[in-house]
Design a binder for this molecule. Structure first.
Ligand SMILES: [Zn+2]
Length: 291
């Protein structure tokens, strides 16, 4: 029986929380700590070595959290599941909104290309623009969980604070849109070992990306587009921003400068931009079949 941090904070009434399965890397780390502690207890003179072993392990865990596409700290989608790849699907994900000035223009561009996208919304911003959130859903797209306040200290939070941050966003977004998010993306993609058990209890899948445009820095849309199009293929998860985004020299948001060309290239390549829940629908059925 493993212990779970954050106690029963997120348990929903009527349904007992599922037993937490810690990522194997975390289990190995716990074993490593115990072994180091035992060594220091049995051979007291070895304590500097034991301390060094524990410090090295912490360094490795931190590295896993600071590398957004790593799977060291638990399940993490960096590409769409195989079933979606077979259907030539890709996912365009748009983070840090909704933004009353930008999101409507993005929705228009997506409509023009009959493309569906996933908006990883900051719940605080969603509460400030609930009608816009509902418009995203009404126009066939998806709203997913990108934390409550997008704290830059997210990856430094302890288990309870991390659980509160994600659960509060989950409740707000479900309340506003009428659809509970099924996917979570960490602010800036940074996390720590406490995240995986929290996501498991909230039934959320962590998603990072295949490639990001880096549209929050610089003033030139060309390299942003080039990064997103590099080795474009089925199963890609692409990342752009409708919040915190940079602008070109004329003041136009980079995402608006990049999206038309990106959507044309996606269409020309025969790829189908779908929402993450649509891409995952086949995968969920597959997983149930295997269970
Ligand atoms: Zn973000």
């Amino acid at each position: 029986m493993t212990t779970t941090p954050g106690d029963g904070l997120l348990a929903t009434s009527g349904t007992p929380p599922a037993a937490t399965t810690w990522p194997s890397y975390v289990k190995a780390s716990v074993a490593w700590h115990l072994a180091a502690g035992a060594a220091a207890a049995i051979v007291p003179a070895s304590w500097p070595w034991a301390l060094g072993a524990v410090a090295a392990n912490h360094l490795a865990l931190t590295a896993g959290g600071l590398w957004p596409r790593s799977r060291w700290l638990g399940s993490n989608w960096t590409r769409l599941p195989a079933a979606a790849v077979m259907r030539d699907e890709i996912a365009i994900t748009i983070d840090d909104g909704p933004d009353p000035a930008l999101t409507p223009a993005i929705l228009d561009l997506l409509d023009q290309h009959r493309a569906r996208a996933t908006f990883f919304c900051i719940a605080e911003r969603a509460r400030a623009a609930p009608a816009l959130c509902r418009a995203i859903i009404a126009r066939g797209h998806s709203v997913q969980n990108h934390s409550d306040r997008h704290s830059h200290r997210f990856s430094l939070l302890g288990p309870r604070a991390m659980a509160r941050e994600i659960a509060a966003a989950q409740a707000s977004l479900a309340d506003i849109t009428g659809v509970a998010p099924r996917f979570f993306r960490a602010p800036a993609g940074l996390r720590n070992p406490f995240l995986a058990p929290v996501l498991q209890r909230l039934d959320l899948q962590l998603v990072s990306w295949t490639r990001r445009g880096f549209d929050t820095v610089g003033a030139d849309p060309a390299p942003v587009l080039a990064r997103l199009l590099r080795r474009l293929g089925a199963g890609d998860i692409l990342l752009l921003h409708d919040g915190h985004g940079a602008r070109d020299l004329s003041g136009r948001a980079l995402v608006l400068a990049v999206l038309p060309a990106l959507l044309e290239r996606v269409q020309a390549a025969g790829l189908v931009p779908v929402t993450l829940p649509a891409a995952g629908a086949g995968a969920a059925a597959e997983a149930r079949g295997q269970a």
